[in-house]
Design a protein around this ligand. Structure first.
Ligand SMILES: Nc1ncnc2c1ncn2[C@@H]1O[C@H](COP(=O)(O)OP(=O)(O)OP(=O)(O)O)[C@@H](O)[C@H]1O
Ligand SMILES: [Mg+2]
Length: 230
């Protein structure tokens, strides 16, 4: 589904990712962990197309997308929920969802599906995005990405700074998507237990490189914790 092959990503002359590789299979949930500033967001931005690697390649569903613009990647089926949510605060919940659909009107079945994942949003369609709580905005950001029915959903720390009840709801939604199969998830997540409970495969980054990776069965809590502690 997704293969990142030895990418180097720079901000100006400073190299932030060194030879990073990662793969996500169809229907898999893959978690990326790592301390603050190790390059997790940079990696997702390279997959989305907001940053272009200097070397290495990125393949998605058989296409080489390393240098393709973000809109083309979105069209190929990559959905992105950025860190910090970035919903449109002055637009209504409904308008946010319509924009997420990237067409004049969302496919009704897809809108219905998304609202079945987040029933709370259905009651708030007319509300301004900016009037939602942080947790509700996060749910809206996920819903907005899902309206376009992406084959691969990228989530950058969806539980960061969010009340525990909504963290549980988001975890349930990701588990449901995983169970439904067909859609892959690449999740940047700092909560070790959450990551361990949901991932098929995991990567732990350290200062721009992949320091540890493996399948769910090989997830060694002590080894991962050591890489996450400061
Ligand atoms: N626009 C930028 N220009 C220059 N350096 C940047 C830029 N954005 C990030 N960096 C640097 O690149 C490195 C990786 O940043 P990145 O945001 O990818 O880390 P992260 O793992 O997502 O961190 P966090 O857990 O805090 O979200 C950091 O050292 C950061 O300071
Ligand atoms: Mg980040």
């Amino acid at each position: 589904m997704l293969a990142v092959n030895g990418i180097d990503v720079y901000y100006g002359e400073s190299r932030v990712l060194s030879h990073v590789g990662l793969s996500v299979g169809t229907g898999q949930v893959v978690c990326v962990m790592g301390r603050n500033g190790v390059g997790k967001t940079t990696l997702l931005k390279a997959v989305v197309g907001l940053l272009v690697p200097r070397t290495g390649t990125i393949e998605f569903r058989g296409h080489e997308i390393t240098r393709r613009p973000p809109y083309e990647r979105a069209r190929l089926g990559i959905g992105y929920v950025p860190q910090g949510r970035e919903i449109f605060a002055s637009l209504s919940v409904r308008e946010n969802l319509v924009l997420g659909a990237r067409r004049k009107q969302p496919v009704p079945a897809q809108l219905e599906y998304v609202l079945s994942l987040f029933p709370g949003l259905g009651a708030m369609l007319g509300k301004r995005g900016g009037d939602l709580s942080g947790g509700q905005q996060q749910q809206l950001a996920i819903a907005r990405a899902l309206v376009a029915d992406p084959a691969l959903l990228l989530l950058d720390e969806p539980t960061e700074g969010i009340q525990p009840s909504i963290v549980d709801e988001i975890a349930d939604v990701l588990r449901r998507i995983r169970k439904e199969g067909g859609r892959s998830i690449l999740l940047v997540e700092q909560y070790l237990e959450f990551a361990r409970s949901i991932c098929d495969r995991f990567y732990v980054m350290d200062k721009g490189v992949v320091a540890l990776e493996g399948e769910r069965q090989t997830f060694d809590v002590d080894a991962v914790s050591a890489l996450l502690s400061v």
